[in-house]
Write a protein that binds this ligand. Structure first.
Ligand SMILES: [Zn+2]
Length: 102
């Protein structure tokens, strides 16, 4: 299943190292993904807004929360189950073919 992690933190607790590089945190997140069986598809960092978004693939939602534990220590987060946009587009195309419309 795919999930989006939406995380926000204060500038003082910035794990992305905007104020000073924090390589340990990046390694901690990478190790956490391996330990929890979560595949990180990609992460996105809003440097100005101090928000981070991760697109991850995991069998269970609990794995995502386990993976995100380092983020919980520095701010708040929300985990949202999602599906790929491309899957919706494909579904619409298939239904149009069935209906016989172009
Ligand atoms: Zn930040």
């Amino acid at each position: 299943m795919l999930f989006i992690i939406d995380h926000r933190h204060s500038a003082e607790n910035c794990p992305a190292g905007v104020c000073k590089p924090n390589w340990d945190f990046a390694v901690k997140m990478n190790d956490s993904a391996k330990a929890c069986g979560v595949q990180v598809i990609e992460g996105f960092v809003d440097l100005r807004g101090h928000r981070m978004y991760f697109a991850v693939d995991a069998a269970y939602e609990q794995q995502v929360y386990d993976f995100a534990k380092p983020l919980m220590g520095v701010g708040r987060l929300q985990v949202v189950p999602v599906i790929r946009w491309s899957a919706i587009v494909e579904s619409v195309k298939r239904s149009k073919v069935r209906e016989g419309s172009p």
